[in-house]
Design a protein around this ligand. Structure first.
Ligand SMILES: [Zn+2]
Length: 242
């Protein structure tokens, strides 16, 4: 973790710029001497350049070697960033988005009408960012489909659920209250059924264990034996969804 959060606050440093060759291409490598640094620290900056801090008594050669040893980590990070843009991207005709786990293209049907996978909708302006309108539509779709699935799975596995809500959560897929309310993130409509089912079963399991104890995970595994695949899918696609 330590190489991620380091930031130089004062400009009392000098940088030597070199490059580091990665399988994804060469990237600038800034070697920065910092008197108060105690060890070599590597950071991938937001602009895609790499920075290595050289501690007091360290050398440029060692700094470069240090960066080269982290090559694999850097390549992974660069790939990760490429597949998960930080900012919400604009959606327009031709953009690909996830719907029920499938990448579908936004198609223009006729003036004022678009199709996204199974969904058709009217839009005011095809040139504008289509994301707000499409997200609103997907949210309505989620509000229709996800609660029905919760009731179905609850019945199948003998859980008593009081209420189901579908919400616009920033950072979680679902939650479960002590009183038996299950809340789901509408973006689960964008995931494959095995993933949204897992989240629902995960929240149902919280009705029996309001924690993430070993007993809880045993319950999850019983309800959803392939839950690790679902967790993995979410990890890979999270950037595209939230
Ligand atoms: Zn949980």
């Amino acid at each position: 973790m330590w190489f991620k959060f380091f930031q130089a606050k004062r400009p009392s440093s000098t940088a030597t710029v070199e490059t580091i060759a990665l399988s994804t291409g060469s990237v600038p490598l800034h070697l920065v001497r910092l008197a108060r640094a105690r060890r070599y620290v590597l950071r991938l900056r937001n602009d895609g350049t790499v920075r290595v801090t050289i501690p007091c008594g360290g050398s440029l050669t060692e700094g470069k070697k240090f960066a080269e040893r982290q090559r694999e980590w850097l390549e992974n990070q660069i790939q990760k960033r490429a597949s998960s843009p930080r900012q919400k991207s604009r959606w327009s005709i031709g953009s690909e988005i996830l719907l029920r786990g499938q990448l579908v293209q936004i198609e223009l049907m006729e003036a004022g009408k678009i199709r996204v996978g199974t969904e058709e909708m009217n839009i005011a302006d095809a040139e504008a960012d289509l994301r707000p309108a499409i997200e609103a539509q997907l949210r309505r779709l989620a509000a229709r489909e996800l609660p029905a699935r919760v009731w179905e799975l609850a019945k199948q596995h003998q859980f008593t659920v009081q209420r189901v809500t579908v919400r616009n959560q920033r950072s979680r897929w679902g939650s479960c209250s002590r009183r038996g309310t299950i809340s789901l993130n509408w973006r689960l409509i964008q995931t494959p059924a095995h993933v949204s089912d897992y989240i629902i079963l995960h929240e149902l399991a919280h009705l029996r264990h309001l924690n993430h104890s070993q007993h809880f995970w045993q319950e999850v595994e019983k309800l959803c034996p392939s839950y690790l695949d679902a967790e993995k899918w979410l990890k890979i696609h999270r950037g595209r969804l939230i």
